[in-house]
Design a protein around this ligand. Structure first.
Ligand code: PLP
Length: 449
């Protein structure tokens, strides 16, 4: 009976649901999993088969599925206020959340602007930066700088500062042109170089651009410490420190996109803390609602806010979404922040990280593994493969992982783990063992030339 039900769901979904960022035809060979429910680190399909959600459902879930504390907060909120517009109105969840986040920056980033998804937060930061310069009498400062292999979302403004060749080919003609500078990716270290040298080299390239063009540049946007979507490219905190100094020197804003790496993912609550800097705009989304509801926000400091504060509407920040600051989403976020405190999560995560890193060491030493890396609650390594085999590898890895009760989706030849912050010791050891089994199986079956 169950078997019938599951295949039924899949057929109906493929008929009517156009799945995101997917070549639908691939589902002729790649499985589509109908999820019936989730609990803790596990997702269950319609047949009752379980999968450990080792990528936190696209990096959003921090404290497991159906988390009792977040559920309770949402049930309470549901009977009070599901939604009210945020123009002309306000409500307790959005106030409390803004205050709690500002406090985490020691009130440096004391103003919070809300939206629903990550890409919108990026658009807000870009618009706010350019509009700031206009209000300050520098309307010609409206260009942006992003890093090679950056990812900031897929709406047109965010896509313009996203350096993904596949997207550029398909949508490049629709996009504003931007400056792309070298990524500080540690893996770019040449013979005799360290990650710190790469960071300095990348900052130097940015400075060369700023020397020539700063009069026209509004902001530099980057993903702090880890460029996730390109395949968990990690860099030294030094890079953030150097970019902050350059932005100050050349009068350009720094936008830190912490949509993926914020909320403890990098090891500190905000990734920027590891470089002892604050950006002019900090974008959060993904984990902020605990993976429950769409919520994003941009935090900024008082000098930016004041440049918009005026009797003239046109000098105000002109941006809104229907669900801006949704009370349910804000309540989920408040419950999520409460768990950080109650469970001393950042501290416990350091122990989890040490254990998982140790458990993955045999795999890190595998002859077909390069660049094993970890930051906070992110692990990644690259399979040694010819570039043209990366797609086959990642699809096979995904399917084989599912057979081994694991949800993992490599990015090309990069296998990564981004698990929820609730793994216990037994789950950590189990996860490491299964990843090794899957890797050895898949790499062993890859054709060699
Ligand atoms: C996911 C992501 C985005 C886009 O967020 P969406 O909610 O998918 O629009 C932007 N920047 C980074 C770094 C991301 O990882």
């Amino acid at each position: 009976m169950n078997q019938v039900k599951q295949s039924d769901w899949v057929a109906r979904s493929l008929q009517s649901v156009w799945h995101p960022c997917t070549q639908m035809q691939h589902h002729e060979s790649v499985p589509l999993i109908p999820v019936s429910h989730g609990k803790g680190v596990w997702l269950y399909d319609a047949d009752g088969k379980r999968y450990l959600d080792a990528i936190s459902s696209w990096w959003v879930n921090l404290f497991g599925h159906a988390n009792p504390r977040i559920n309770a907060a949402l049930k309470d909120q549901l009977d009070k206020l599901e939604h009210a517009m945020l123009a002309g109105f306000t409500h307790e969840p959005v106030i409390a959340l803004s205050e709690a986040l500002a406090k985490k920056t020691d009130q440096v980033l004391g103003h919070c602007f809300y939206a629903s998804d990550g890409a919108s937060a990026v658009e807000i930061a870009l618009k706010m930066s350019a509009h700031y310069w206009r209000n300050a009498g520098h309307a010609d400062k409206c260009e942006f700088v992003c890093l090679k292999n950056s990812y900031h979302g897929e709406t047109l403004g965010a896509l313009a500062v996203t350096d993904v060749p596949l997207f550029r080919t398909a949508y490049g003609s629709l996009l504003q042109s931007v400056h792309v500078v070298m990524s500080p990716d540690d893996r770019a270290a040449q013979e005799g170089e360290t990650g710190l040298d790469v960071a300095r080299r990348a900052a130097h390239e940015l400075e060369t651009l700023l020397q020539q063009r700063a009069n026209h540049i509004a902001a530099v946007i980057l993903e702090s410490l880890v460029q996730c979507a390109t395949g968990m490219a990690m860099h030294e905190p030094l890079y953030l420190e150097l970019v902050r100094a350059l932005c100050d020197k050349y009068d350009v804003h720094l936008i830190a996109d912490e949509i993926a790496v914020g909320c403890g993912r990098s090891g500190t609550f905000f990734a920027c803390e590891q470089a002892n800097i604050w950006p002019d705009f900090l974008c959060l989304s993904k984990g902020i609602s605990g993976g429950y509801l769409p919520l994003s926000l941009v935090m900024t400091h008082d000098a930016i806010y004041q440049a918009f504060y005026h009797r003239d509407l046109g000098r105000g920040f002109l941006h809104s979404h229907s669900y801006t600051g949704n009370p349910l989403a804000c309540r989920a976020a408040l419950a999520t922040l409460a768990i950080f405190e109650e469970d001393d999560v950042l501290h416990r995560n350091r122990q989890r990280a040490a254990r998982l890193t140790a458990a993955l060491t045999p795999l890190a030493m595998h002859e077909k593994v390069r660049h094993f890396r970890q930051r906070g609650m992110i692990w990644a390594f690259d399979a040694v493969l010819d570039a043209e085999k990366a797609v086959t590898f990642s699809r096979r890895f995904f399917s084989t992982a599912l057979e081994q009760e694991l949800l993992l989706r490599p990015i090309g030849n990069t296998v990564y783990l981004m698990p929820p912050y609730i793994l216990d010791d037994a789950q950590i050891d189990w996860l490491a063992e299964r990843v090794r089994t899957v890797f050895e199986h898949v790499i062993g079956q890859m054709p060699t030339q």
